[in-house]
Ligand binder design. Structure first.
Ligand SMILES: NC(=O)c1ccc[n+]([C@@H]2O[C@H](COP(=O)([O-])OP(=O)(O)OC[C@H]3O[C@@H](n4cnc5c(N)ncnc54)[C@H](OP(=O)(O)O)[C@@H]3O)[C@@H](O)[C@H]2O)c1
Length: 298
């Protein structure tokens, strides 16, 4: 099976590439050769690759910058996924895509289901929602994995930022009123492989029966403050030393950023369990695994 994997230099794409290599013929172009900011050229590129399955974790993920770069975010997150989905639908090539908790407005405290009404608060959230809709409208076999708070031992992300700041400062002030599930790129990739494997060559038929959106996050919930505290104590218990003495919980209003974030990012995992028989690790279990990788690197 020939798999086109975009964004292989990113967190989720990188974790998927690691697991897919050796199991399938993976074509993983860089943004220079498969540029989602140029939707017009993509169909021709796809004609020359002719994949049996497309996995598209590439995205415009600079949430705050997107507030000033609306067009660029929409080109990468909405227009291009739409073009890819239309190409794929015409040939019944299954498409795996990734969505975000930022499509929701964060009201209430109930976990969002796949059919909950989206109401994005940010340009990034709007652009990702438009991508989800364009893929559904194309009408081909597809699966959109909706995830949240993604991190990995490599790359630029919250985990790496906390490790750096904890080494530099005695006090960290971290937002405690946004609640969600930190989800490692590795946990996403392992679950995705487990979803695809039973279908074998017939992913299109499987997505035809049970495609659409599926929430894919680690189990449990915490705040960014809880996540930061677990990162520091997890590394300390592995022998790391830090300058930090205090991690202070603060309100979102005390940490102004350009794009509004949802307070409630909880995603309901029932569909993942019922349709795909997948039970996700808790966010603490996934973090432990990633901290072992991080510790082995330093
Ligand atoms: N990060 C999160 O917290 C989070 C939360 C919820 C959902 N998601 C979604 O999960 C998916 C994976 O996210 P991630 O965290 O793995 O993202 P990431 O680490 O930021 O990686 C994004 C990848 O997309 C590539 N890319 C960006 N613009 C491109 C373009 N114009 N053409 C081709 N490739 C381009 C990047 O290429 P370069 O390497 O060249 O920059 C990078 O490899 C995305 O759909 C994202 O929206 C992420």
């Amino acid at each position: 099976m020939k798999i086109l994997l975009t964004g292989a230099a990113g967190q989720v794409g990188g974790a998927l590439l690691q697991l897919l290599q050796g199991r399938a013929n993976v074509v993983a172009p860089t943004r220079e050769t498969f540029d989602l900011s140029q939707p017009a050229g993509l169909a021709e590129k796809l004609d020359s690759i002719v994949p049996d399955l497309i996995i598209n974790p590439a995205a415009y993920t600079a949430v705050d910058r997107a507030e000033d770069e609306r067009e660029a975010a929409f080109r990468v997150n909405a227009e291009s996924p739409g073009v890819i989905a239309q190409w794929a639908a015409r040939r019944r090539v299954p498409l795996v895509h990734f969505s975000t908790d930022y499509v929701f407005d964060g009201s209430g405290d109930r976990p969002w289901r796949e059919d909950s009404s989206p109401r994005p608060l940010s340009v990034y959230g709007e652009s990702k929602l438009a991508g989800d809709q364009a893929i559904a409208e194309a009408g081909g076999p597809h699966l959109i994995a909706r995830t949240s708070w993604v991190y990995a031992a490599t790359g630029a992300n919250f985990l790496k930022t906390i490790v750096r700041l904890a080494g530099e400062r005695e006090q960290l002030r971290i937002v405690a009123d946004q609640i969600g599930a930190p989800t490692s790129a590795g946990a996403i990739a392992r679950a995705m492989i487990a979803m695809l494997q039973p279908a074998g060559e017939d992913v299109a038929a499987m997505f035809g029966r049970g495609g659409g959106i599926v929430n894919l996050v680690c189990a449990g919930e915490t705040s960014w403050h809880g996540f930061a505290t677990a990162i520091v104590s997890g590394l300390q218990s592995r022998g790391a030393t830090f300058a930090v003495k205090q991690i202070v919980p603060i309100a979102s209003s005390e940490f102004p950023v350009k794009a509004k974030r949802p307070f409630n990012s909880r995603l309901d995992l029932s569909r993942l369990r019922e349709r795909f028989d997948i039970v996700m690790p808790t966010w603490q279990e996934a973090l432990d695994r990633e901290l072992d990788v991080l510790k082995a690197k330093v």
